[in-house]
Design a protein around this ligand. Structure first.
Ligand SMILES: NC(=O)c1ccc[n+]([C@@H]2O[C@H](COP(=O)([O-])OP(=O)(O)OC[C@H]3O[C@@H](n4cnc5c(N)ncnc54)[C@H](OP(=O)(O)O)[C@@H]3O)[C@@H](O)[C@H]2O)c1
Length: 307
């Protein structure tokens, strides 16, 4: 099969990561996509890479560079700081990037990836899952058209440390899960309606309860309540916009990560073929990252951060 860069139709993908999200979303979606050749899987644990690759007839790689050599694009399902290193290498070689949220913890690391992608003509998409659901896209377009919004509110409270939850094991979530795991989804939901953020202030309480206030450039205020360690009976995803026309609640959407990931791949292929950039491109991912980094700085420094 010829690669996209050789004028073929399939985008050759390498998957980096063998954890729960690689299993639940990235790998099945890559295998199911008609315009993707799922070439291989890299993981730090060769047995896990072999097991995941074997499920889809892909090849396991122990050398990141060897997998990068064999593909047009990468899908990354690794902790944010580890993703940042792989993404920078991939972008430096002109590989298209399907990154997971958040792109990185550090703004400098994100900026380096964005710059390398630009310099090497690599397209990029960041997988903010719900933003790839048509119901949410429709809701946001209608909400933007209505206008007159004064407030955004997002409660995103997970409870991942119960028995059998696949996301409870990762070290980075234990350290910074509320802000950096569910926070990207929350910020990605409000930015298209309320616009860029001017100021950020945040406090973190017990059970990872993280409260973030955003003042948008246009004057509206967003309130985020985030946690991955909430007591099980507080678990919820409630979001709404409040303004001149009243309250508009974000509709619940079915949990369909494989279908959503397929749409992220669609966006990447369009952009890689010279079409428009995805609204969820690297620049958008970087904007989300700047807001989260400011919230982290506000929590540690006890002050409001101006962007
Ligand atoms: N878009 C969404 O809705 C959504 C949902 C869930 C997760 N995610 C994102 O997907 C990414 C992966 O999440 P995850 O839940 O699968 O779990 P994770 O614990 O963040 O990552 C698991 C993978 O990373 C590997 N890993 C951990 N530390 C490493 C290191 N220092 N060097 C190399 N590899 C390392 C693990 O290897 P071992 O197996 O060998 O430990 C495993 O393959 C995260 O960025 C997360 O934010 C997104």
């Amino acid at each position: 099969m010829r690669s996209i860069r050789e004028g073929g139709t399939a985008m050759r993908f390498g998957l980096f990561g063998t954890g729960p999200w690689a299993h639940l979303a990235h790998a099945p979606a890559l295998a199911a996509h008609q315009d993707v050749e799922f070439v291989g899987v890299w993981g730090r644990n060769p047995d896990k890479a072999a097991e995941l690759a074997g499920q889809y007839g892909a090849k396991a790689y122990s050398d990141q560079a060897a997998l990068l050599d064999d593909v047009d694009a990468v899908a990354i399902a690794l902790p944010p700081d580890v993703q940042a290193e792989v993404a920078l290498k991939a972008a430096g070689r002109g590989k298209h990037l399907l990154l997971d949220k958040p792109i990185a913890f550090a703004v400098e690391a994100t900026d380096a990836i964005v710059a390398a992608a630009r310099e090497n003509d690599a397209a990029g998409v960041v997988f903010f899952t719900r933003r790839f659901m048509p119901q949410i896209q429709e809701f946001l377009a209608e909400t933007v058209a209505i206008g007159g919004w004064l407030e955004g509110r997002v409660d995103h409270l997970g409870s991942i440390y119960g028995e059998g939850n696949p996301f409870g094991e990762s070290v980075w979530r234990k350290e910074s899960g509320g802000l950096w795991d569910v926070g990207p989804h929350a910020v990605a939901l409000v930015l298209p309606v309320l616009g860029p953020v001017a100021q950020v202030t945040a406090l973190a309480g017990d059970r990872d309860m993280t409260h973030v206030l955003l003042r948008h450039v246009g004057g509206a205020i967003t309130t985020l309540t985030l946690s991955v360690d909430a007591p099980p009976n507080l678990e919820r995803e409630d979001s709404s916009f409040h303004g001149e026309s009243g309250i508009r609640g974000v509709p619940p959407v079915p949990w369909e990560p494989v279908e959503a990931f397929g749409r992220a791949v669609d966006d990447l292929i369009v952009a890689a073929n010279g079409g428009p950039a995805s609204p969820l491109d690297l620049n958008f991912g970087a904007e989300v990252g700047r807001v989260l980094a400011a919230a982290a700085e506000s929590i540690s420094g006890g002050r409001t951060i101006t962007l």
